[in-house]
Design a protein around this ligand. Sequence first.
Ligand SMILES: Nc1ncnc2c1ncn2[C@@H]1O[C@H](COP(=O)(O)OP(=O)(O)O)[C@@H](O)[C@H]1O
Ligand SMILES: [Mg+2]
Length: 401
Amino acid sequence: MGDLADNERAAAEIAERTAELERAQQQLRESEELYRHVVELSSLIPWTADGQGRILAVGKRWRDWTGAAPHQATGTGWQDFVHPEDADGLLQAWTQAVWTGRRFEREWRVRGADGSYRWCHARAAKRADDGGDEVVWYGTLEDVQERHEAEEGYRRAEAELAHVSRLSAMGAMATAIAHDLNQPLTAIAQYVRGCKRLLADVEGPGREELADGLENADRNTVRASEIVRRVREFVTRGTVETRRENLAELVEEACRFAMADPGANGVRCRLGLDGECTVLADRIQIRQVLVNLIRNAVDAMQGRRRRDIVIQTGCGRPGYCEVSVTDTGPGIAPADTARIFDPLYTTRPDGMGVGLSISRTIVEAHGGTIWIDSRDGEGATIRFTLPVAAPADGQAPEAAA
Ligand SMILES: Nc1ncnc2c1ncn2[C@@H]1O[C@H](COP(=O)(O)OP(=O)(O)O)[C@@H](O)[C@H]1O
Ligand SMILES: [Mg+2]
């Protein structure tokens, strides 16, 4: 009797354990299903490798991407699809990871089925309890080409901006030097001519040599003045290549640039843009003006509690669009407003004093004007205008025949 009861209890227990096991298996299946779905939906391609770093399996999308044959999807076949310039570094990094067991992370270019290369980001981690020839590395591969292209575009634009900045800074310095040299040069020329006149009434030994020397000095001051004049002409008559540009887009672009600067952290920039403004502008040069104004605003607000910039665009006087850049800095004292556009005028310890002078040269070369609209202690507003572009060819009303 006792045995029967024991058997029943044991059977009940077995049934219960079996049910438990089935529930656990069901949960495992669901969890596997979930992970499989997640992996398939994500942009990551999963892969695994053994303790020697040989690929055991890789997601199906690897073969779709590269057009790899089945044997190229495992072992070391993937190495055939690495850009030659990336191959050495990548192999070295992977070998080192396999050797040390440290996490692996690297970006490299994969050759696609169409022969073109795309950047990918590979990551892998080693499983803690590896055994024999089993899977020990779990990795992913991600297509990061778009991010690379965006970064590349940003770097190129930044280099372009820096180039224009350097050129304009040189131009502004040249103007300043030319301006300052002109006065002493004029004085020298006048003294030399005065001496030549005095010498006409003098007789005696050495007179000829003296006359020759003065003549030479005269010729050279003329030459120096000519050089100065040409430099000033070159800088002030710098050519602008204007095209129809949407002003709002230009402002947005410049803003993205200037605000990417670490110094602009914590500065709020609000835009009030009229999307209809189409101006005649040299895109790079006007972007330079906007970046100069935004950087000045950021510099002026350093250390302030409220650091806001407002940029607005709209109609100006007839035939012109107007841009304003307003900040919450200390503003510009009325006494300084006349000087801040002068080349090399700066009140900042690390300033160059060329930003505003370049900006004025550029705006005026476009046929616009730039001015300050600012009350001392209340933040500064700088405004400038640009000529409105005539309607594009297709939109122009036909002339009456
Ligand atoms: N937004 C502004 N607020 C206050 N002062 C300004 C502002 N913008 C320009 N300034 C003044 O004009 C000077 C000249 O500016 P700039 O030509 O850009 O040269 P830099 O920025 O190198 O000093 C600055 O040193 C500063 O005194
Ligand atoms: Mg400046």
